[in-house]
Design a protein around this ligand. Structure first.
Ligand code: NAD
Length: 382
C-alpha cells in the first residue's frame, strides 16, 4: 500500500500528519511512504529526516498522491473554489483519507463524489479505547499549554510572586474559563509558572478536577448545572438564565484577574460568550485575555478571531486561530501518533491494509464517506 503525507496549505497551519518516527512504523507495516517535499518544514522536520526514515520525497502533491491508497493530512484537502490547488481532485478514487475534516454537508458530498473514503478524526467517540487516537485531546492539551505561555509572554508583569531585595512583585491572578482538556492543562501550566489560579466550568465533574489541580473553583451551581454533562462527556448549551447567574459570579472575580484563559466550547455550536465587554472594561491595563475558543467565535465578546486586540482600557486580547499549530513540533508529533494508532488498530496483516468494520463504534464515528456514498448519520442526505 502506498501512503501519502501531504504538505498543509491552509492559512495558519504549521503541523504535519506524520513524523519520521511514525513514517518508520508505517513502513514496518509493509507500506511505502511518500512525503510531499517541505511537508514538515513548519514543524521543524526537514525532508532529509523523512528520507532517513525511509520515505520517498515527492516533489509536489500530485507526485505524492499518485497511486496512494492512504492519505494522511492534518486538515481537509483543498477543493475547487478554495484558494490553492484542488488537492481533492488529486486524491485517487478509493483512497482512505485520514484528517481533521471539519466537514459540512457540501464538503462531505464532494468527498463522496470524488470517491474518497474520508475519516474525520475529530469525530472519534471519546471512549477509553479511543484515547490514544484522540486528536481533540492531544491537540487541546497543547493548545492549553501554549495559551498560558503566550499569555505570560504578553503580560508585562510576572507570573510568580517575586520577593527581591528591591521589593515584592505579587503573583499573577489567572482565571481559566472551561476546564476540559485544554483548560485543565492551562490550569496546570499557570500553576507551574507560579500564578494564583481559579477556574470555572459547568459540568459537575470539572469542579473536582479543578480543585485536584490546586486551583479554586469559581462558578454558579444549580439543578441545571447538575445535569450539564451529556452522555458523551461534553457540556450542554446552558440556558440564558444560568449564563446570567454564572456571569454575575465571574464578573465579580474577573475585575481582580491579570490573565483570563478562555477554553469553553459546546459541541457543534458557537462558543459561549462568558467574558462580556463590561467584564473586560473592569480589568486592569496590561491584563491579558487569551481565547483558545476563537475558532468557534471566542468566549470573549471582544475577541477578533485571528487577531491581537488592545482595548481602550489597555487589555490585550489574543484571539489567534488554531492554537495547536502555534506549537507545531509537539502538536505534529502527537497528532501523527494518533493517526498511526488508528491505522495500526485497524490494520489487517494478511491483506496489508486497514480493515474498517462498519459496525465498529470508532469506525462508525469517524467515517464520513465510503465507496462514493455518504455514510455518516450527521451528513446523510434528507
Ligand atoms: P470541550 O472542548 O468541548 O469544552 C471545553 C470545556 O468548556 C468543557 O469542560 C466544558 O464543560 C466547558 N464549558 C462549556 N460551556 C461552558 C460554560 N458555559 N461555562 C464554563 N465552561 C463551559 O471539552 P473537552 O476538553 O473536549 O472535554 C469534554 C469532555 O470529554 C470532558 O468530560 C473530558 O473529560 C472528556 N474526555 C474524555 C476522553 C476519553 O475518555 N477518551 C478524552 C478526552 C476528553
Amino acid at each position: 500500500m502506498r501512503l501519502a503525507v501531504m504538505k498543509e496549505r491552509r492559512a495558519d497551519e504549521a503541523r504535519v500528519a506524520a513524523t519520521p518516527e511514525t513514517v518508520k512504523k508505517l513502513i514496518a507495516l509493509g507500506n511505502t511512504v511518500a512525503v510531499e517535499a517541505g511537508a514538515g518544514l513548519t514543524a521543524g522536520i526537514p525532508d532529509s529526516a523523512y528520507a532517513e526514515a525511509g520515505a520517498e520525497i515527492a516533489p509536489d502533491a500530485a507526485a505524492a498522491l499518485s497511486g496512494a491508497g492512504i492519505v494522511l493530512k492534518v486538515r481537509a484537502p483543498l477543493a475547487s473554489g478554495e484558494e490553492g490547488p484542488d488537492e481533492l481532485a488529486l486524491i485517487p478514487r478509493g483512497a482512505l483519507l485520514i484528517a481533521t475534516m471539519s466537514a459540512d454537508k457540501d464538503s462531505v458530498a464532494r468527498l463522496a463524489a470524488a470517491g474518497v473514503d474520508a475519516a474525520a478524526m475529530e469525530l472519534l467517540p471519546r471512549t477509553t479505547r479511543a484515547q490514544s487516537m484522540d486528536i481533540l485531546s492531544s491537540q487541546a492539551n497543547l493548545a492549553g499549554y501554549r495559551a498560558v505561555i503566550e499569555a505570560a509572554s504578553a503580560f508585562d508583569k510576572g507570573f510568580p510572586m517575586l520577593m527581591t531585595a528591591a521589593g515584592t512583585i505579587p503573583a499573577a491572578n489567572v482565571l481559566v474559563m472551561g476546564a476540559g482538556v485544554a483548560g485543565l492543562q492551562a490550569i496546570a501550566t499557570a500553576r507551574r509558572l507560579g500564578g494564583r489560579v481559579s477556574a470555572t466550568d459547568v459540568r459537575p465533574a470539572a469542579k473536582e478536577e479543578i480543585k485536584s489541580l490546586g486551583a479554586s473553583f469559581v462558578g454558579y451551581e444549580d439543578e441545571e448545572s447538575k445535569a450539564a454533562q451529556t452522555s458523551g462527556g461534553y457540556a450542554k448549551a446552558m440556558s440564558p438564565e444560568f449564563l446570567a447567574k454564572q456571569a454575575e459570579v465571574v464578573a465579580a472575580a474577573i475585575a481582580k484577574m491579570d490573565i483570563v484563559v478562555c477554553t469553553a466550547l459546546v459541541q457543534g455550536r458557537r462558543a459561549p460568550i462568558l467574558v462580556t465587554e463590561a467584564m473586560v472594561a473592569s480589568m486592569k491595563p496590561g491584563s491579558v485575555v487569551v481565547d483558545i475558543a476563537s475558532d468557534a467565535g471566542g468566549n470573549c465578546a471582544l475577541t477578533k478571531p485571528g487577531e491581537r486586540v488592545v482595548t481602550e482600557n489597555g487589555v490585550i486580547i489574543l484571539g489567534w486561530r488554531n492554537w495547536p499549530a502555534r506549537i507545531p513540533a509537539a502538536a505534529s508529533s502527537l497528532y501523527a501518533r494518533n493517526l498511526l494508532t488508528f491505522l495500526t488498530t485497524f490494520w489487517d496483516k494478511d491483506s496489508s491494509k486497514p480493515a474498517l468494520p462498519a459496525e465498529d463504534d470508532l469506525v462508525r464515528g469517524v467515517m464520513l464517506t465510503r465507496g462514493g456514498q455518504v455514510v455518516h448519520p450527521n451528513f446523510a442526505a434528507g
